[in-house]
Design a protein around this ligand. Structure first.
Ligand code: GLA
Length: 385
């Protein structure tokens, strides 16, 4: 991130003392969509776009928050009983409350926040904010940070303060991302494996449809409930299953017809997506990028047809990308209903890809997409600059 020294200076001018700086990354999920809250597998990578919080402890219980993106200053007193409010600082409030409920003592603090992660674009700007702030609050109160415990507290904050019953993927990768690697995460056991993303042949290009995913929260919670419904119904035939993770494709095929259509489609996506994710991890390890790309495309089809979380703009971006000879694969990434696609593009074709997709998308959608060529980056850290 550029200009951290200017940012530090801005903090000094606002609050009159010296801050520490912490940053956490946004993420792009390469494959494994809507599987995390089904105890399944995901393959996200942290991106080189970060949210930075400058923070200095106070000697009382007050938290004061300013952001370079919003005009209003928000203040609240630290308490485990904090409730959501209607303002931009809910993620800050939420992570503070959930850490307090997790029995961490925190100190009041002055905060200044800035971000390079586009808001509402499906790149997990909110997880980056929660993790940067949570890590900062823990550090200035002199705690050792357990990254998985922090990720789980931030996930709870999202449930209770943003109302999205999300899985743990976004907060997990914001904590534990590794430069040059994607993480295969087993969302049941929380075991993870760093898988190298070799950029000699290909680049990860994110294309923002510029459609904000406003429907996302209610539809997201509905999908989650439909998956739980699928488990309840299938458990009648497959005793002992706890989640869709436990259902093999052959078993599912045997009982699928007994399910209502929407429930059958949701379950079909999750069960096949888990298999695709495991296959994609192997393909990436072996450098089989064409195979990886086919799995990405199949993932998109399944999200569009069965999980029904895509939208016409995301489908258009994937269509345009898939017609380009330099593209191994393309799919929507994140929760859906807008936001971004992720594209695996031959290294020497990136410029051409970006200019073609920009022109073709703008022609039809009447809005210019934003393209980001991304590197796999590290998780939350203190910035010394
Ligand atoms: C959002 C959620 C994640 C995950 C994805 C879909 O980003 O925050 O937990 O469920 O959607 O894969």
């Amino acid at each position: 991130m550029n200009n951290l020294q200017d940012f530090r200076q801005q903090f000094r001018q606002l609050y009159g003392n010296e801050p520490r700086l912490f940053s956490a990354p946004g993420r792009v999920n390469l494959i494994g969509e809507h599987t995390d809250y089904n105890d399944g597998f995901v393959l996200p990578m942290a991106i080189d776009r970060r949210t930075v919080v400058a923070i200095a402890p106070r000697n009382d219980r007050l938290v004061r928050c300013l952001s370079t993106e919003f005009d209003d200053q928000i203040e609240f007193e630290l308490s485990a009983d904090l409730k959501p409010a209607n303002d931009w600082a809910n993620h800050v409030r939420g992570v503070a409350a959930c850490l307090l409920r997790d029995e961490y003592n925190l100190r009041g603090a002055d905060l200044l926040i800035t971000s390079e992660v586009p808001l509402g674009a499906g790149l997990s700007s909110s997880a980056a904010l929660e993790i940067a702030v949570g890590h900062g609050l823990l550090k200035v109160a002199e705690h050792l940070v357990d990254p998985i415990r922090l990720a789980l507290a931030a996930q709870k904050a999202e449930h209770e303060f943003a109302g999205t019953q999300c899985g743990v993927m976004d907060q997990f990768i914001a904590c534990l991302g590794q430069a040059g690697h994607a993480l295969k995460i087993d969302c049941r056991t929380l075991e993870y494996e760093a898988v190298p993303v070799d950029l000699s042949e290909a680049r990860v290009v994110i294309v923002n449809s510029m459609v904000k995913h406003e429907l996302a929260s209610s539809e997201y919670n509905l999908r989650r409930a439909e998956c739980e419904e699928a488990v309840r119904r299938l458990a009648g035939h497959l005793p002992g299953i706890q989640s869709l993770r436990d259902v093999e494709l052959e078993e599912f095929d045997q009982w699928a017809d007994a399910l209502p259509e929407n429930i059958r489609r949701r379950a079909n996506h999750v069960i096949t997506e888990n298999a695709r994710t495991l296959a994609a991890v192997e393909a990436l390890k072996l450098g089989q990028l064409s195979h990886f790309g086919k799995l990405m495309r199949a993932s998109h089809e399944s999200l569009r047809e069965d999980y029904q979380v895509s939208c016409s703009e995301l489908d258009l971006l994937v269509e345009i990308a898939s017609r380009h000879s330099g593209v191994f694969g393309a799919r929507m990434t994140g929760g859906g209903f807008g936001g971004c696609t992720v594209n695996l593009v031959k290294a020497d074709q990136v410029e051409n890809f970006i200019s073609e997709i920009t022109e073709a998308y703008e022609w039809v959608a009447k809005v210019k997409p934003e393209c980001h060529v991304c590197q796999a980056s590290g998780g939350v850290r203190e910035e010394s600059q």
